[in-house]
Design a protein around this ligand. Structure first.
Ligand SMILES: C[S@@+](CC[C@H](N)C(=O)[O-])C[C@H]1O[C@@H](n2cnc3c(N)ncnc32)[C@H](O)[C@@H]1O
Length: 279
């Protein structure tokens, strides 16, 4: 079976540790839930028959919706080709700044918004997603002369995957996204990471602070009690070790690929926590 790969570069993307995640996944489960989907590396590799995918970022989830819809997919693809052809420094800022006019942006067709999200991701500095307090995308140009926004083969594989399987696409808070999970379902949480120092973790207009990590822990425990298989990745920080001390820890070394400064790209220890033992 051909598997898709992320159509955007996303902070915290899981491509480098996806094999480890697969190895630690339960051998059998009913519905797969991924409430912080981002670029979807794990979803595509796992390719479940039934899944609920979610992310708070509406622009991102609109892309998944548009890839799934045949008509919107066709329109989005030609829009992507247009962006690729017209790309220049000036064009980037023209497309980026569409959201400065709130009314105009609200009226923009879904497929145009989706193509804009992919284009900005490919053409901006370092594939970052960052918005200001007005929810306006404010990442500068990556100053690339040429970009490939349209990867027709990969998008086609993702289109088939989303349509041949039972995949529900949501854009809400993670707690709401997993509310229907039942015994035997598998939930993989890849939240914005905790940190012992300050690092890049502002993915959306709402931050994910220590209070949020504690709320997520409660949701993890609740799912555990419901009889779900729960897996979570995060950094190996003091808080994470303390919260999840009664669960299974698996250690992975990973290279961070997003960060404006070189020092933010060092090796950091990532942990995968499960409420089950796969051995
Ligand atoms: C670490 S990233 C996920 C990376 C992703 N798994 C991948 O492989 O690319 C965390 C994601 O959580 C989303 N997010 C932040 N707060 C959220 C919330 N309260 N509910 C749902 N999603 C949230 C962000 O938009 C971001 O895409």
């Amino acid at each position: 079976m051909l598997k898709g790969k992320p159509f955007v570069k996303w902070a915290g993307g899981k491509r480098s540790i996806v094999n480890k995640l697969i190895e630690l996944s339960p051998h059998e489960f009913s519905t797969y839930y991924e409430p912080f989907i981002g670029g979807g590396a794990m979803l595509f590799e796992l390719s479940p028959k039934k899944a609920v995918i979610n992310d708070y970022n509406r622009e991102l989830m609109n892309v998944y919706q548009c890839i799934k819809d045949e008509n919107k997919f066709t329109l989005m693809s030609s829009e992507l080709n247009k962006h690729e052809k017209n790309h220049s420094e000036e064009y980037y800022y023209q497309i980026r700044d569409i959201d400065k006019n709130k009314n105009k942006f609200k009226r923009l067709a879904d497929y145009k918004r989706a193509a804009r999200t992919i284009y900005l991701n490919k053409a901006c500095f370092n594939g970052l997603y960052r918005v200001n307090s007005q929810n306006q995308f404010n990442v500068p140009s990556g100053k690339k002369n040429k970009i490939n926004t349209y990867d027709g083969i990969n998008l086609g594989i993702i289109y088939s995957f989303l349509n041949l399987n039972d995949i529900k696409i949501l854009s809400t808070d993670y707690e709401e996204a997993v509310k229907d999970a039942k015994k035997g379902d598998f939930i993989y949480f890849d939240p914005p990471y905790d940190s012992d120092t300050t690092t890049f973790n502002n993915y959306t207009d709402n931050g994910f602070d220590k209070k949020e990590q504690k709320r997520l822990f409660k949701v993890f425990c609740d799912l555990d009690q419901r009889g779900c298989y729960v897996m979570l990745s995060n950094y190996n920080t003091i808080l994470i070790r303390e919260l999840y001390q009664n669960y299974y820890f698996h250690y992975v070394e990973t290279q961070r690929n997003i960060g404006a400064k070189a020092k933010d790209r060092g090796i950091v220890e990532e942990v995968i926590i499960t409420n089950y033992n796969n051995n």
